[in-house]
Structure formats: C-alpha cells, structure tokens
Design a protein around this ligand. Structure first.
Ligand SMILES: [Zn+2]
Length: 291
C-alpha cells in the first residue's frame, strides 16, 4: 500500500448524479426506519429493508480516474489486477451493511461520494478463506462489509464521521509508511509500532484487507529477491570499476564470473513455474546456452 493523491474534483457526473442517488436513498431509508419503528410499536410485521441500486459509483469515468491514480493496481495490496480480473470499485465505508452491526443500514449516503471510492482487487474486497502467512492458518480475509472503528458509529447522513475513529487505512488520506513496514526476510507486512493507535490501525487493516495472504506474500518475495539481486550485481560491478586501475586481471575476472552467474540465475528464474507468464519466458529462453 502506498500513499496516493486523489484529485479534489469528482470525476464526470459523479457529484451531481451521485448526490441524487444518495438523497433518494436517504429518503427511502429514513421512511423505512419510521415504518419499522411504527411496526414495532404497533406489534405488526416489520417492513423489509429497501433494496437500492446505485449506478454512479461504477460509472466508466469514475473507473478511469481510479485506474489512472492507482496505476491499474489495487488500492490496498498494490497487486496489478488489470491483467486478470475486473476492478471492483470499493466503498471504504460499506454502502449496504456493516459487518458485526446488524442494526446498521450501511453508509448509503456515501454510496456515490468520491472520497469513499477506491479501486480494489477481488481478494482484498471480498471475504473468503485464505491462508494467512503470519498467523499460519486459514482465516476469513477480505473486506466486504467490514469497517472497524473505535469511536461512535455514524448511522445517518447527519452524524459526524470524524467521531468514528476509523481503523482501516485509506491510502488517499493516510500515509501507509507511517503505519506499516515490510519484512525483508519473509515478505510480510508488519505494524511499524508495537502499541498505540497506529499499531491497532495496522493490525485491523492487515486482517481486513488480508495483506498477509499467501499469494500476496509470494509475489512480494519475488520482488525482494529481484531487489537483492540487483543490489549484489551493482556491488560487484562497483568493485570492478574501482579495481580497474589497481587489481589483478585474475581478481577482476572472478568478480565478472560471479556477475554473469547472478544474471543467468535471475534470467532463468523468470521461467520458474511459480512466476507469471513463465510459459512465455520459457519459450524465449529455450535453447539459450550461456557461453
Ligand atoms: Zn488487493
């Protein structure tokens, strides 16, 4: 996750038409709550919660801007979703329900609010069983309707959102670097602080977004391996550069041999079965004999 600047203006017609959708939803929900209270008082059958369809939040213009500002990556896990899956336009505050609070109708009044929308991959946004590398067990990971807070939950458009003390990190508001860090050895995300609010926000976000699910950790380890490889090659080439005037030829040759071996390992690892597009890499590398 990395900090991303959100343009201040809502894309396309989102503001105008989205406001209409939200006002209509607010009217319907308030009527539902009145009818429900009356039915309870009269001992009658409870009305059903209105099912509202929102269109504006997934309008093409909204998607285009979200893709552009997040470079085609998921706002939470930074995986590059666009090669294999459609993007989910995700509601930071869930629009239709709140996990663990059956009485909550969802943040329907924010269903088409620009500041509440983020692009997400399927695994971050949907709740399903996945292996958590740090906890070493299968857990229900993924956001869905989860929105943990520490303060007072807003239930109506007139309520103050700032009283909620939201725990989930929003990369367009928070700086994730101040909250998480990456473990270089294991490729997992860990809280930057051992206690306090930032620790609790890190723990909640790691759990809800599933930031230590095994597939994601494997992808991070590939990048860490590449970084280590490049660092070692640069280190060796620096030795060659600095030794050109003073070292023996044999010594320089040893260094160059190591550089070539490192490069070959990195090159052929692109065709390893756990790498993306390994089939293509294998074809391109087949028959290549290092001299
Ligand atoms: Zn994701």
């Amino acid at each position: 996750m990395r900090k991303t600047q959100r343009p201040a203006d809502s894309p396309g017609d989102l503001f105008e038409k989205g406001m209409e959708e939200q006002e209509k939803a607010t009217e319907q929900m308030r009527k539902y709550l009145r009818d429900r209270a009356k039915a309870i008082a009269d001992g009658k059958k409870l009305p059903t919660k209105p099912s509202i369809t929102y269109k504006m939040y997934k309008d093409l213009t909204v998607k285009e801007v979200l893709v552009e500002i997040f470079d085609g990556k998921c706002a939470y896990c930074e995986s590059f979703y666009s090669s294999t899956q459609p993007m989910d336009v995700e509601h930071y505050r869930p629009k239709g329900a709140v996990d663990g609070d059956d009485e909550h109708l969802g943040y329907y009044w924010l269903a088409a609010t620009w500041e509440n929308l983020l692009p997400s991959c399927i695994d971050c946004n949907r709740k399903r069983g996945q292996f958590d590398v740090v906890e070493e067990e299968n857990r229900k990971l993924g956001k869905m309707d989860r929105f943990p807070i520490e303060g007072t939950r807003a239930r109506d458009p007139d309520d103050d959102l700032s009283l909620e003390d939201a725990l989930l990190v929003d990369p367009t508001v928070d700086d994730p670097e101040q909250i998480f860090r990456f473990d270089r050895e294991f490729g997992v995300v860990i809280p930057r602080f051992k206690s306090g609010k930032r620790h609790r926000r890190a723990m909640a976000s790691i759990e809800v977004y599933g930031l230590n699910r095994s597939g994601l950790v494997t992808d991070r380890l590939h990048i860490i391996r590449q970084i280590d490889h490049h660092l070692r090659v640069i280190e060796l080439l620096t030795l060659v550069r600095d030794g050109l005037t003073t070292s023996s030829v044999a010594h320089l040759r040893d260094i160059v041999v190591e550089v070539i071996e490192l490069e070959l390992d990195a090159l052929f690892s692109l065709a390893d079965s756990d790498r993306p597009y390994a089939g293509m890499a294998k074809q391109l590398l087949d028959g290549l004999t290092p001299r």
